[in-house]
Ligand binder design. Sequence first.
Ligand code: TYD
Length: 138
Amino acid sequence: MTLEEVRIIELPKIMDARGNLSFVEQMNHIPFEIKRTYWIYDVPGGEARGGHAFRQNKEFIIALSGSFDVVVDDGDRQQTFQLNRSYYGLYIPNGLWRSIENFSTNSLALEFGSINYDGNDYIRDYDDFLKLKRDGQI
Ligand code: TYD
């Protein structure tokens, strides 16, 4: 997978004086079937998480509250996507290195995954990632 396949997806936004509403549907706004949902919260301001790649898991990330930067790397190039609105999601296919950085205080990151949690799906060493990428294994 390459950076070209990473994309920001704008979600429906139903405007209402009582408060706005947004939603996501699998195989629609999220281009995979959702197997898992998790969220990252209580992150100290400025903190970073998640420097790793997934062999199979595809992700869709929403900043439900606050803001953070998602840095995605395909082994050749790096791109930073700032998420700061709850009606945008970032789709990241498998096989890309990503970290989430620069969390604002009280930010809330909601993440959808395409597979159940599997520690063996993680590539946690950047040099291993580069090697797998160059060998065409991810
Ligand atoms: P991890 O994905 O490694 O987060 P980070 O890369 O930001 O440190 O997850 C942290 C811990 O949580 C790790 O021990 C695995 C566990 N975990 C689950 O058990 N299930 C999950 O769905 C996720 C995302 C993590």
